[in-house]
Structure formats: structure tokens, C-alpha cells
Design a protein around this ligand. Sequence first.
Ligand SMILES: [Zn+2]
Ligand SMILES: [Zn+2]
Length: 427
Amino acid sequence: MAGGSRDRSLREELTCAICCELFSEPVMLDCMHHFCKGCILAYWDSCARVPSCPQCRRTFPSRAFRTHYLLSGLVEKVRRCGSEEHQQKMQKRLEDALQARQKEMENLLQRKRVVQEDICSLTKVAGELNFKIRAEFARLHQILEEEERSVLAELGQKEEQSLAQLHRHVGQLEEGMAVLQRDIEHVKQTLSKMEDVSLLEVESLDIRPSVHVETQPALDLQHYRDSHSGPLQYIFWRHMLRSICPAPAPLTFDPESAHPNLFFSRDLTAVTERNRAQPVPISPRRFRQCVNVLGSQAFDSGRHYWEVWVGSKTKWDLGVAADTVDRAAKVKLCPENGYWTLRLRNRTEYWATATPWVRLTPRQPPRKVGVFLDCQEGTVSFFDAGDMSHLFTFHQVSAKRYCPFFSTCFSDGRDNVEPMRLCHLAL
Ligand SMILES: [Zn+2]
Ligand SMILES: [Zn+2]
């Protein structure tokens, strides 16, 4: 052990050559040799001759030496380190240091385990998403290919029909020509044998041709071409939209569930709060405390998507509610009470009303919000329907039946009077 031998040699350096102990009050002679003050004085007292250095024999008649304070301190330190108490203290310190390092090692190991689990989970989830996205694209490709096949089949069918008609026409014309040809031969023969034929026979010959081929309507090639031209990609895309699942649902509001302050457009796609109640029939489905309303359609299975125009309203709530929610009481909108909603407050503060609330920071204020309900997965997701950027997703959503949920919030004079609208995608 290098440390131990270094300690030992240091100890030897600090040992008095007279008493063979660590220096006590070390002093230095001019010959640079050190001794305990007591030892050198006693040695000189015992010297019969001129006082000298016991090591190099140089004489010091004046008995001069210098006290060595630095060495004194060093000796004190070495003496202290050698004590049992100090040893124990050092051992304790080392043991503590070891323990602290082992604990830190365990901590790092645990953290590494967590990160490695994250790596596995990320890979797994990325794989699942990859599979899901491929499946959705495969479905889109399939829809598009089916559309292509069907459009080309229709084109081919029309071509075939027209061709058959034209060929039939050619046949009729050829038949007519054959009859005429026979006639022509007959007339020619009669003409050549004018002398031999009786005049009666010539008279009975009709001057008009014996056949008549019906005129067919001309082929309208322009119409054929036009009816398969135009903004083809848009036309096919609109056809394709009919097969997309889920396509945006054309919802309407359910006025029977609405707070009496809420007024609706005739087609039940726009709602606004008017700061006064109107007389409405009493219904257990009606919200009586908050200016809320549900969609007229409820869902208990499948995947559904709808879009809500919020424009530049200054506050609103929207999302999904369990159809069992308490409509008579003033209830906090949270998953525990059967609400999975997004809300705007104070013009710019977007929140997901999870427990606790989650503050959202959309890239730009969404003017149209998309709500996606997946009954099987138990999720409700929100999107900025402008660019379909994801805003928030609730998980572990659970209810027997789900209703689209809306709250215009109070109009506050004219501040928040803009109607909330259900968007219908024209197909
Ligand atoms: Zn000594
Ligand atoms: Zn000496």
C-alpha cells in the first residue's frame, strides 16, 4: 500500500535520532539536523567535550539552535493521525463514503432501468403506430383503387354500348347496301334486255329503291369526352370521402336538452346565448343551471368525429358528456362527473378539464375544433380542425352512452355573442 509506506517514511523523517520518538518541540541546528529540544539539551549537558551534533559531529560551542515551528505543526498532525480515535474516525468516513457511492450506484442503476424500459416502450408504441398508419393508408389506397376501377369500368361500359350501337348501324347499312346491290343488278339486267322484255314488266318496276335504312342519332363524342373530364381529382376525392371512416358527422343540437337561455338557428346547427330565458317545455333532459346543450345524436360504439365552429368567441366549453350527467345541478366539468371537455376562458386561455386541469398552448387560436370519440379505445381527442394539429386526448373514458357536449357560456353583452356552430362537410 503506497499510502501506508508513505506514512511510514514520513514518520521516520519526523523521528528524533536521539530518543527515536516523534519530535517533541523540534529544533534545527545550523548543520540542518533536527532533534527534540529536550533531547539535544540533555545530550549536550552529558557531553564532556565541546557540544556537537550527534549525527554529523559538527561542533556548536555556543549551543545555538532554531525552533522549527513548521516542523512542530507537521509532527503534531502525524501524531494525531496515528491515534486510535482518529483511525476510527477515518474508517467511519471511508465507510460512509463507500455507502454513499453504493447508494448512488443503485440510484443510477434504477434510473438506467427506467430509461431502458422507456426505450422498449417507445419502440413498441412506434411499431404499433406504424402498423396503424399503414393500415389506414392501405384502406385509403383500397378506396382509391376501388374508385379507379369503378370509374374506368363505367367508362368502358359506355364505350362498349356506343360501339355496339355503331357496329349495329354499320350492319344495317351493309344489309341495305346488299339489297340495293341485288336491285341494281336486276334493273341493269332489265335495262340490257329492253327488247326482249315486255313493256308491262318495265312499267311494274318501281323507280324508288326497295330499301330504307333508319337514320341513327349521330354519336355525341363531345358529350362522351366532357362527361369524363373536369376537376377529376376533386371529383374522385369527393367520391372517396363517402367511404372514409369516420367521416365528419353532420350533427345537430338537441333543443330539448338546452338551457332556456339558448336560441337555435332553424336548422339546429347554430346556437347563441341571449341573456334571457324563453318559455320551454319542462324536460328531465334539460340543463337548468348552466348554458349547456347536447348533440341530438348519442353514441355507444364505434368511432365518431365532428367539428365545431367557435370562431372568435371569448369563452366556450365543448367535448363529450356521459348521457347520465346531472343536468339539474351546477356541476364541475371533469371526467369524474362524466365530462371530457376543452374550454376557453379570457379569450386566450385554453384548458383541458382533466383532473387537475391542463393548460394548453395551441400554435394558433383554433377557430374550428375537431372532436374524436373512440368508444372502443375509451378516448376523446381534440384537434384544431384548421390544420388537424392535435390539442389533447383524454384516456380511460368510460360511459354507457356518449353525447356531444357544448356550452356557449354567457354572452356578456356583445363580447361572447357569436354563435357556436356545428360544421357540416358538404359531400
Ligand atoms: Zn528526542
Ligand atoms: Zn549535524
